[in-house]
Design a protein around this ligand. Structure first.
Ligand SMILES: Cc1cc2nc3c(=O)[nH]c(=O)nc-3n(C[C@H](O)[C@H](O)[C@H](O)COP(=O)(O)O)c2cc1C
Length: 190
C-alpha cells in the first residue's frame, strides 16, 4: 500500500469533542469547545483538556481550578461549533444559544443541562506544552441523564447520540461494531 510521509501534525482521529463550562470569580459563566481532551487515569478518574493561553476560558480555569466537561449529542452540533468560534469576550454563549445552566454537585461551575453527561472536574496540574497548556484534572463526579439508564441502573451510552470530531468534521457515533472484549469472548454453544 503506497503511503506519503507528511510533516508532524495533529492527525490522531477521531477524538472527542466536548463543551467545557467554566465560571470566573465574579460569577460570569462561559463555554469553550475542546477537542484536545481525553482520559489519562482510571483510578483516580482523571482527564486532560489542552487550552491555548489566549482563550478567555484559560484564565478562568487557571484561577478557579474548576470546570465541567459536558458531552454533547448530535442536536448540539451547532452549539459545539459556535462555542468553538466565538469568544466569551464578545458574547454570552449560554444566553445566545439558549442553553440551560444546571447546578453542579461538587464544583461552583454550572453544567449544561442539554448535554446527556457532565463530568465535574478539579484541576490538579497544568503543564505548558507549546501552543497549548494541558490541564490535568480529577473527575470528581459524573452526572448522567436518567433516561439513559435501564431498570437495573445500567448506562446505555449508545442511546446518548454522542458526537466526535474527525479531522475538521463533526460525526455522529451511529453504528456499534462490537463491545469491549468481543474479540476473545467464548462462543455460546447451542
Ligand atoms: C471543534 C473545535 C475544537 C476546538 N478545540 C480546542 C482545544 O482543544 N483547545 C483550545 O484551546 N481551543 C479549541 N478550540 C477553539 C476554542 O473553542 C475557541 O477559540 C473559543 O472561541 C474559545 O472561547 P473563549 O475565548 O470564550 O474561551 C476548538 C474549536 C473548535 C471549533
Amino acid at each position: 500500500m503506497a503511503k506519503q510521509m507528511w510533516k508532524p501534525g495533529t492527525l490522531l482521529c477521531p477524538v472527542p469533542v466536548v463543551m467545557v463550562s467554566c465560571k470566573n470569580k465574579e460569577g460570569m459563566n462561559n463555554i469553550i469547545t475542546v477537542a484536545w481532551t481525553g482520559i489519562v487515569c482510571s483510578d483516580p478518574a482523571m482527564l486532560y483538556v489542552s487550552i491555548r493561553p489566549e482563550r478567555l476560558s484559560y484564565n478562568i480555569i487557571k484561577d478557579t481550578k474548576s470546570f465541567v466537561v459536558n458531552m454533547p449529542n448530535s442536536g448540539l452540533a451547532y452549539a459545539v461549533d459556535f462555542c468553538g468560534v466565538k469568544s466569551g469576550r464578545e458574547i454570552n454563549k449560554f444566553e445566545h444559544l439558549g442553553l440551560t445552566l444546571q447546578k453542579s454537585n461538587l464544583v461552583d461551575v454550572p453544567s449544561i443541562a442539554e448535554c446527556p453527561v457532565n463530568l465535574e472536574c478539579r484541576v490538579r496540574d497544568i503543564i505548558s506544552l507549546g501552543s497549548h497548556d494541558m490541564f490535568i484534572a480529577e473527575i470528581l463526579c459524573v452526572n448522567v441523564e436518567e433516561k439513559l439508564l435501564d431498570k437495573s441502573g445500567k448506562l446505555h451510552l449508545d442511546k446518548a447520540d454522542l458526537i466526535c470530531y474527525n479531522h475538521g468534521e463533526y460525526s455522529a457515533l451511529s453504528e456499534s461494531l462490537g463491545h469491549f472484549g468481543f474479540s476473545v469472548r467464548k462462543k455460546v454453544k447451542r
